[in-house]
Design a protein around this ligand. Sequence first.
Ligand SMILES: NC(=O)c1ccc[n+]([C@@H]2O[C@H](COP(=O)([O-])OP(=O)(O)OC[C@H]3O[C@@H](n4cnc5c(N)ncnc54)[C@H](O)[C@@H]3O)[C@@H](O)[C@H]2O)c1
Ligand SMILES: [Zn+2]
Length: 348
Amino acid sequence: MSRPDTMRALQKSRPVEGLWMVEAPIPEIGPDDVLIRVHKTGICGTDIHIWNWDDWAAATVPVPMITGHEFAGEIVERGANVTDLRIGQRCSGEGHLIGTESRQSRAGKFHLDPGTRGIGVNEQGAFAEYLRLPAFNVVPLPDDIPDAIGAILDPLGNAVHTALSFDLLGEDVLITGAGPIGIMAAAVARHAGARNVVITDINPDRLALARHVVPSLRAVNVAEEDLRAVIAELRLKEGFDVGLEMSGSQMALDQMVEALVMGGKIALLGIPPGKSPVDWSRIVFKAITIKGVYGREMFETWYKMIAMLQNGLDVSRVITHEFAVEDFEKGFAAMKSGQSGKVVLNWI
Ligand SMILES: NC(=O)c1ccc[n+]([C@@H]2O[C@H](COP(=O)([O-])OP(=O)(O)OC[C@H]3O[C@@H](n4cnc5c(N)ncnc54)[C@H](O)[C@@H]3O)[C@@H](O)[C@H]2O)c1
Ligand SMILES: [Zn+2]
């Protein structure tokens, strides 16, 4: 084989701010793994936490660690037990590695395995020319899904998992937080047949991007506009039916609870920075159902999102920047600016 022994990789080499391009050994694969030649990767908020080396990162991520978990690539090597995937198969994959012994795993609910480990966080990640992945985690990419979309299926999957938590057909949906995931959730809610889709943020650039990606939504700057006025404008009799919380902001959750109908439903994806006060009695008296959402369902979310992409769901405009990996610093700067959508790095 003419493959070299080492590869370029973006690594957290030291426990201080930054990431470094290093030469690292190409991973050895086990009998149940594949080796993937990475084509494109997406930068996630998690990667920014690791770059910044905040308290969460310092407590969670061992160094050295190759970061990154959003990727598309192609299978170049298979372990001895892998027979159902072919060399050259384009793929993305689930970055949550799970065990098979827990109650939930044995019930087939792999995404609820308590021992979940993340590539690029707990295990060597995808910001590299080559990635080792269990064959179980591979998701083949159909020919009509390009690598750039393949590289953002992980966060699209967060959006799909959250948005499909509750029936959206004919419902009025409120999404708080117009980050890349909130915007993609808005596109999914539209695709899934919601009547009104309203998205909130306090960053005008993000709201402009939301309008650009999903022209039919109502984007609301809650620093300037009152959601009650929007409810009146849309002639919602009693408020929104379903809320998708995608900001991690306490203020956004409070607004959502107020803006929901009695018996409304909330799917919570956003991660608050720490403990935050919640007006539980308001939630109880409004008889609201709350569901926490983590990751993607394995592999139902992947199935649904690929099906929707093949049936007209278009999230391509959420990718606002693409850089060669040599320019990774520009990519991270774009992410940190708050003016970007998804930022994609090219490895080939
Ligand atoms: N549960 C999971 O498995 C999982 C996975 C990925 C991301 N997340 C979380 O989901 C959230 C969305 O991810 P993202 O990458 O789109 O994040 P992001 O940080 O890019 O977007 C969050 C948006 O919320 C906005 N915001 C802040 N305060 C607000 C308020 N009061 N009202 C409305 N919007 C407000 C911000 O301006 C920003 O545009 C984040 O909290 C992230 O940590 C959770
Ligand atoms: Zn991610």
